[in-house]
Design a protein around this ligand. Structure first.
Ligand SMILES: *Cc1c(COP(=O)(O)O)cnc(C)c1O
Length: 428
């Protein structure tokens, strides 16, 4: 990246980028007389303005039409899933038949593992990264036990081999060469939640498939953050939540991907009536005939009030497109990184890889001088309306989101760190 623009005035950088206007589509929480510098989209994305209206509309249709809103609502409830299908497919880089909005992330991981984790005595193991998000670890250990295997022996956790908790592809390759014949499933993050490291999904799939393992991705921190190409990656399945970068609200309906090659899979699955072939679902017959593709993994009729925000949010993504958002994201995070290195190097250490190809928007940082100092800075920032989040033991995550963060938000972060550390000349 050409370095000159990194010296530019942040307000001028905001003014020069037409995508800065996207911020107006979101409700930014107030702070004092102004607004927060909200860097926490990795945890809960901001509310799109259109969500309130969309929810009220569903409440109205329920009131006016009740059961008939399934067919006569302004967004009829019966085919509602189809209204988010193309948007989700664009986020996932998948065909429309490969994605579905359903349940929540951990539920989807379990449902997909029912089909795609089929251990045998020769090949019982699951590979994850060491330090995985606890829910993912609980999911895989409980799956191992459910099948009668012992996580002590059959859960393989690959330790980081680079500074800051980063895992190199060479190390993943070595691990798969050594243990691959015993591994039934590789469950891998698209972007690791604590370090912000992004992985080359296609390469992970290539290495795992070469050893005969199936591969699933947890894209909690990938969806809406990086352009994805799940179909081309060859992944067997993936799941993600929608309340982080997809801005669909607390506990929002999650997403799932099943590769087209499994569209008519006869693997075991946990079935429900909403996964039944749509053409014959309402004959209410006793036999389960799955809808081809990802929709065949649905269990229940979907929560419309929880899908409405996802529909609104995906419309924003579709209007801009992930390539343009990613381009802006690289600039914002590149700016944050450059400012930290140039002005805060004595205070802060960045854990996330410096190569933009190995990260999304998030930078994980820690204060030099230990956990106590990190915690102090975190609390100072929160009190001043600069919102990041804290991950034990000592990590502050700062995620400039291209939909609503600005270069001036980043300048505010830098000024606040300087004020706290008693360095620099900037008035905070
Ligand atoms: C956010 C997140 C979760 C949360 O799981 P839910 O089922 O949505 O509560 C799980 N795994 C990862 C990697 C996450 O980042």
């Amino acid at each position: 990246m050409n370095g000159d623009w990194l010296q530019a005035d942040p307000a001028a950088l905001d003014a020069a980028d037409p995508l800065s206007a996207l911020r107006q589509e979101f409700l930014v929480p107030p702070h004092g007389d102004g607004e927060q510098a909200y860097f926490c989209g990795n945890s809960l994305g901001l509310q799109p303005r259109g969500v309130r209206e969309a929810l009220l509309q569903e409440l109205d249709d329920w009131a006016r039409l009740a059961v008939e809103a399934h067919f006569r609502g302004r967004h009829p409830w019966m085919p509602y899933h189809a209204e988010v299908r193309d948007g989700l497919a664009a986020i996932a880089g998948a065909g429309p038949g490969e994605v579905v909005a359903m349940n929540t992330l951990t539920v989807n991981l379990h449902l997909l593992m029912v089909s795609f984790y089929r251990p045998t005595p020769e090949r019982p193991a699951i590979l994850i990264e060491a330090g995985a998000f606890p829910s993912d670890r609980h999911a895989v250990t409980s799956q191992l036990r459910f099948h009668g295997y012992d996580p002590e022996r059959d859960l393989i956790e690959l330790e980081p081999d680079e500074p800051g908790g980063i895992i190199s592809m060479a190390s993943l390759e070595r691990c798969l060469a050594e243990h691959g014949r015993r591994i039934a499933l590789v469950l891998w993050p698209g972007v690791q939640y604590r370090t912000g490291q992004a992985f080359d999904l296609k390469e992970v799939v290539r290495l795992a498939h070469a050893q005969g393992c199936l591969v699933g991705f947890d894209l909690a921190h990938g969806a809406g953050n990086l352009p994805l190409a799940l179909h081309d990656s060859g992944a067997d399945f993936a799941a993600w939540c929608s309340y982080k970068y997809l801005n669909s609200g607390p506990g929002a309906v999650a997403g799932a991907f099943v590769h087209a090659r499994h569209a008519r899979s006869e693997r075991p699955r946990f079935a429900g009536w909403w996964g039944h072939d749509q053409a014959t679902r309402f004959r209410m017959g006793p036999e389960f005939v799955p809808t081809p593709g990802a929709e065949g993994w649905q269990l229940s009729n979907p929560p419309i009030l929880a899908l409405a925000p996802l529909r609104v949010s995906l419309e924003i993504f579709q209007k801009v497109g992930m390539p343009a958002l990613r381009e802006r994201s690289r600039r914002l995070t590149g700016y944050l990184e450059a400012q930290v290195r140039a002005r805060l190097d004595r205070v802060l250490e960045i854990l996330t890889p410096a190569d933009p190809a190995r990260r999304g928007c998030q930078l994980s940082i820690r204060v030099r001088g230990g956990r106590g100092r990190s915690r102090e800075l975190f609390e100072h920032l929160m009190a001043r309306g600069v919102i990041g989040d804290w991950r034990e033991p000592d990590v502050i995550r700062i995620s400039p989101v291209p939909l609503y963060n600005r270069f001036t938000d980043i300048a505010r972060f830098v000024a606040e760190v300087e004020a706290w550390a008693g360095i620099g000349g900037t008035q905070a």
